[in-house]
Design a protein around this ligand. Structure first.
Ligand SMILES: CC(C)(COP(=O)(O)OP(=O)(O)OC[C@H]1O[C@@H](n2cnc3c(N)ncnc32)[C@H](O)[C@@H]1OP(=O)(O)O)[C@@H](O)C(=O)NCCC(=O)NCCS
Length: 131
């Protein structure tokens, strides 16, 4: 696992049965990222700089066309080799709607843009070489 500058990994002080964040092998945790509230990041995943993951954060998987969420039983789980970058999504309700008297807001939304390929491995290897 490579933990970059200013990355924050949430810990567990209480309650006693709360689950810890799990970062599996060969994950790149980019700069200024935050991984909290029992999130599990599976083997080989890449969290691009600035990605924030909490139990309540939906993650948009562009490759498979699904939205990944935590459930009552399971925390947020980032799949093996997913490349997650910080994105945004339009707000579709209330004053967020994109009509005349609305605010046209967006919310932060992490996006899986791809699954690790040779280019990703090159980008992340370069990071290691530079230090
Ligand atoms: C994720 C990362 C490893 C790039 O991986 P990659 O496999 O080479 O990604 P690609 O260049 O093929 O990009 C894939 C897509 O994601 C987008 N993308 C890549 N990195 C992105 C980022 N950080 N934020 C937003 N979008 C990003 C690209 O624009 C591309 O989308 P497009 O095809 O629509 O243009 C790199 O951006 C990154 O974040 N590295 C970590 C940097 C860091 O924190 N270093 C530690 C310093 S201490």
């Amino acid at each position: 696992m490579h933990l970059s500058a200013a990355a924050q990994i949430g810990g567990v002080l209480e309650p006693i049965n709360a689950s810890p964040v799990v970062i599996e092998d060969d994950v790149l945790v980019g700069g200024n990222t935050g991984v909290y509230e029992g999130t599990i990041v599976r083997k080989g995943a890449v969290l691009a700089a600035g990605t924030i993951l909490t139990r309540g954060t939906p993650v948009y998987d562009l490759v498979h066309g699904v939205v990944i969420r935590a459930s009552e039983e399971l925390p947020l789980i980032i799949p093996e080799n997913a490349v997650v970058v910080p994105g945004s999504r339009a707000v579709g309700k209330g004053k967020g709607h994109a009509n005349a008297d609305a605010w046209g807001l967006s919310l932060y939304a992490p996006v899986i843009v791809k699954y690790r390929d040779d280019k990703t491995s090159l980008s992340t290897a370069l990071e290691d070489l530079l230090r």
